[in-house]
Structures are given as structure tokens and as C-alpha cells.
Design a protein around this ligand. Structure first.
Ligand code: 5GP
Length: 195
């Protein structure tokens, strides 16, 4: 997605060879028009997949997931990283290790919000090592719903997440695929070689 790549090139900060900071439009500040376009693009890529619900993880997945759910006209649920005091229902729970933050956290979603007849699109801001994705898969598996695929805003293709999901046979649609972060520069995978 060309406009997303332009945002990454112009506003992204390469913190080191593994981490890209995109706090002006995705992870802290949110660019509404870009999110709208991201939603339309994901909706286009999954429009024939019979999605009933989108699942994402708080907080940075919510903006792109919300815009996609509007475009697909389907429901949206986000998994929580901390239990809310109002979460008195039964929960599906999994644990996710973040290599970026170097911590493991529990994620959960109320059992009343995902059902076995749901066909779920999982959306997230980044795909890196794939640990967040595995946690979300675990939540969906516990509910016995099915997974239509993954919509990823920024994939760091040099990390193992994509391979992990491909091995499990999932459809993955990433709007920007980064092949390398080095010397302050972001390199993208050539779109012709992407698919
Ligand atoms: P994974 O579980 O695939 O390693 O990473 C998942 C989460 O870590 C993403 O949802 C994102 O919040 C965070 N993350 C991983 N890599 C990056 C990065 O390079 N930049 C930012 N801003 N977040 C990242």
C-alpha cells in the first residue's frame, strides 16, 4: 500500500535493526485518513472471505481494526492485556511474550464475545516474531471459531512471524512488508516479489 509506505518513509524512526517507531500515525498519534484507507484496503482484500468478526489486541490494533470493521460491516472485539474490573464474565485467556518489551503478559477476551460460528479476521499493527498472533489464535481456538486470516499493517519480514503463520496455512495480508532496518533506513520488499 503505497500511501502507508510513504508515511513509514517520511515519519518512521528506525530505532535499531529490529525496531521501527511509528508514533506519529499508528502507535501513539493516529492519522484518521490513513486509518480509513487502511480499513478500505483490508476490507478489499478480505471481502470474499465471509468475515463475521474482527479480533485485534489493544491498543495499537484497535484503530486499523475499527476502520476495517466499518468497511466490512462486521463486529469488532479487542483482546485486553489487563483485566478490567468490569470483566466479570468467563474469559478465554492466553499469554503473549513480547520480545520488544521483554515481558510476558496475559491477554483475554470475554467468552460472550466470540462464538463457535464466527469466522474471524485477526488484525494487528505489527507482525514481528508472531507471538501476539499466536496468542490471538489460541483465544480463537478456545472459542472453536474459525480464522479467515491475518491483516497486518506493518510486517517486519526479516523476523519469523510470517513464516510461523504461513506454516500453519493462514492467509496473511500485510500492507507494508519491511525487508530490512539499517542505518536509519527502511527497505521494503519489492511488491512484485511479495506474493
Ligand atoms: P510479535 O508478537 O509479532 O513479535 O509483535 C507483536 C507486537 O509487538 C506488535 O503488535 C507491536 O505492538 C509490537 N512490535 C513489534 N515490533 C515492533 C516494531 O518494530 N515497532 C513497534 N512500534 N511495535 C512493534
Amino acid at each position: 500500500m503505497e500511501r502507508l509506505k510513504q508515511f513509514i518513509e517520511k515519519e518512521g524512526k528506525v530505532l535499531n535493526e529490529e525496531v521501527l517507531k511509528v508514533d506519529t500515525f499508528l502507535n501513539h498519534g493516529i492519522h484518521p485518513q490513513l486509518m480509513k484507507e487502511i480499513g478500505i484496503e483490508f476490507a478489499h482484500r478480505f471481502e470474499k472471505d465471509g468475515i463475521t468478526k474482527i479480533l485485534t489486541l489493544e491498543s495499537s490494533g484497535i484503530a486499523p481494526a475499527l476502520m476495517t470493521s466499518l468497511s466490512l460491516d462486521c463486529e469488532l472485539v479487542f483482546a485486553r492485556k489487563r483485566k478490567s474490573i468490569t470483566m466479570t464474565d468467563n474469559l478465554f485467556t492466553s499469554s503473549v511474550h513480547s520480545f520488544t518489551k521483554k515481558e510476558t503478559s496475559d491477554i483475554s477476551v470475554s467468552k460472550s464475545l466470540i462464538h463457535k460460528d464466527d469466522h474471524i479476521l485477526i488484525i494487528d499493527d505489527f507482525l514481528a516474531n508472531g507471538q501476539a498472533a499466536l496468542g490471538l489464535i489460541d483465544l480463537v481456538n478456545q472459542s472453536r471459531a474459525s480464522i479467515a486470516g491475518f491483516g497486518i499493517v506493518i510486517e517486519k519480514s526479516f523476523q519469523p512471524g510470517r513464516h510461523l503463520l504461513e506454516e500453519k496455512g493462514f492467509k496473511i495480508e500485510s500492507l507494508a512488508r519491511i525487508s530490512r532496518l539499517s542505518n536509519g533506513q527502511v527497505s521494503f520488499i519489492d511488491p512484485i516479489k511479495q506474493s
